[in-house]
Design a protein around this ligand. Structure first.
Ligand code: MRU
Length: 350
């Protein structure tokens, strides 16, 4: 069994959210002990904790810790304070639906327990946040099983960004079948796109796959085409931040280009994610809000000196939407959805 790290946990006794600081990887493995709502917000905004499911888990623990600090016995006063903190944490990042999904689930927990004392509501919130983590671990494990059913030993696989154990409670989504295969001796050969500008592929995916002994080759984003043309890629596996009800999928910037290339070369393109990332309330990709981040991330952040003139005009969208027509299948814990996704995704929720 592979020895996975816990990326997001809670220390209730000390009222701390504990996260592995992903901005320091691969050079440092450091855990942050966060106590205040500003620290929770910053950790999500700065991508110290990142990846749609991990953001949801961190937000659930975060909102519980905020609620724990609310000093009142009055339900309405407690609820009002909860909603204020909820709105604040929800403003940290706009695209990954798991953030809102987890916060809504925590709000429902408050409402469902409104007849209890505030102390008991707090206990229920802790329990709910722990359930969100536990469920994510089991969900990712099942996504791994379902994904592996589409793969064969010795396949070449390409992935973009990081949808691994670092991005979830454990196992990952897109990387979960790779780990299941690794345990069974499948001997996959994985190409990890570096994923400009924040380098989640280089810093995180190549780090975690390498740590678990998977054969991983790091490539720059603009090399995906040549490895496909060389015949080295049998399937593309990516995660997702929000899947619209028609199957259009927001994921890390660059994913859409990879899907278009895969179509050109006749390579299946699989999206893997939990049902909590499928947003049936969003009809198409057009309605998904795409996060834009500071231009400095493109030309400054990872370099000793700026790699473009100071003050250069930039455009830095953090995600793009892959049109459903390029997606071969969407793999969830419930099973595998094939086109037309507006029908198959609906069935997943029945
Ligand atoms: O900006 P990030 O690093 O949070 O973006 C992450 C991704 O795009 C992942 O592919 C997605 O969240 C799925 S994680 C299982």
């Amino acid at each position: 069994m592979l020895d996975f790290i816990n990326t997001v946990t809670i220390d209730d006794e000390n009222s701390e959210l504990i996260i592995l600081d992903q901005t320091l990887l691969p050079n440092q493995t450091k855990f942050l002990h966060l106590k205040t709502k500003k620290e929770f917000w910053d950790a999500i905004y700065k991508l110290q904790v990142r990846g749609a499911p991990a953001i949801g888990i961190a937000a659930a623990f975060g909102i519980y810790l905020c609620a724990k600090n609310v000093d009142t016995e009055d339900y309405q006063a407690f609820y009002d304070a909860f909603m204020e903190d909820k709105a604040y944490l929800a403003s940290s990042r706009p695209t990954a639906v798991n953030l809102f999904w987890a916060l809504d689930r925590m709000e429902k927990c408050v409402i469902d327990n409104k007849d209890k004392s505030v102390a008991d509501i707090k206990k229920a919130l802790l329990h709910e946040s722990e359930k969100i983590l536990d469920e994510d671990i089991r969900t990712c494990e099942q996504i791994g099983e379902n994904g592996l059913s589409l793969l064969k030993p010795n396949m070449g696989l390409l992935t973009h960004c990081n949808a691994g154990t670092l991005a979830t409670g454990r196992y990952g989504t897109a990387l979960s079948p790779i780990y299941r295969g690794q345990e069974k001796g499948y001997n996959f050969k994985v190409f990890a796109d570096e994923t400009r500008p924040l380098l989640q592929g280089a810093r995180l995916t190549s780090w975690e796959l390498n740590k678990f002994g998977v054969d991983v080759t790091l490539i720059c984003d603009n090399m995906a085409s040549i490895v496909m043309k060389n015949g080295w890629v049998d399937a593309v596996l990516v995660g997702c931040d929000r899947v619209a009800s028609n199957g259009d999928t927001a994921n890390k910037i660059g994913t859409s280009g990879v899907a278009i290339l895969a179509r050109e070369y006749g390579i299946p393109f699989y999206v893997l994610g939990p049902l909590s990332t499928i947003d049936m309330a969003t009809p198409t990709g057009k309605e998904i809000k795409i996060e834009e981040r500071p231009g400095e991330e493109i030309y400054k952040m990872w370099y000793e000196r700026p790699m473009a003139p100071e003050g250069i005009k930039t455009y830095n969208p953090a995600f793009d939407v892959t049109d459903a027509k390029y997606i071969t299948a969407i793999i969830t814990e419930k099973g595998i959805a094939y086109p037309p996704f507006s029908e198959s995704l609906k069935k997943m929720f029945e």
